[in-house]
Ligand binder design. Sequence first.
Ligand SMILES: [Mn+2]
Length: 321
Amino acid sequence: MCSALLCADDREVKFYVIDDGIQELTREMISVRVRSLAKALCLDVQLKFIDFSSHVLPPLTPLHGTLTAYARIFLPSLLTEDSVFYVDADIICNRRFSLFEETIEKQPKALLIGCQDPKLKILKNDCPWAKEIDVGDHELPYVNTGFLYMNLKNLRLFGLEGKFYDLAKDGKQMRFADQTALNFLCRGQIALAEPEFNILWSLGQGFDKESICNIHFVGSVKPWDPALKRDRLPQVLLFHSTAHSFGFESTKFTNWDETRIHFVFRSRTLLRMLFYKIASSGKFKKWQLRYKKWMIMKSYTKAYKNSLIERTKVLRQIDFC
Ligand SMILES: [Mn+2]
């Protein structure tokens, strides 16, 4: 939320937090942090927690153990606004929201605007109802629903919730929860935005993006997960250093100099596999460690540069209370 605030261009920002059982203390902490940052940035911020825990849902496939992901499908009735940016809690925003405006203007009728999912790409790759639709629709772009512009006005007219309830009745497994449902239901009425608004970065992956982008920590294990043993992964470092820069106390964040690496090496390319084979033979332990450190450092610094470079300029002037 703090990172999203820094990417806002309007003086007035309204946040709605989908609350599916956030603890009172955490809610307070979120309010204090967001309000103090807004004050420092001279922004007028409103913050509301929407209780989703009492929402009655049909039997659904959970995502990462909860049904909260489906909440965005109900935003047309939970909110009164005409449109909203939906942003997952596992995203660090770096890209100004105003850069999205041109896309919205070009696609006034679209129900949703999102970024194409780099892995799934087209509808047929995640569509349990593929047999019931036109073959032509199989090739429609498939978006990741972590970052979405939702035209709530049009979605109300479209009757999204009613359509979703009908869909849930057939009991088919929705592999990616709301994402599976939204891509199917809104097919043909989803527009694409620049991929930089939602760059997926899962644990174990390197980072090679050159431009300022929103970073989405996908996967069931998140960089802040206390159960995560590998706490020197670039994603973990980026998350904690970002939290640190916003004034959150972060026990895990340390400087590079202090970093000791215990990192399960993962690689896809043959060359790296070969290198690993040689390096793990014991003779080359020193090189193996250096190589790992270099890999982590490269990914982390690249992600850090591409994400915080603009923000740190602002943060230096902020005195957190
Ligand atoms: Mn997510």
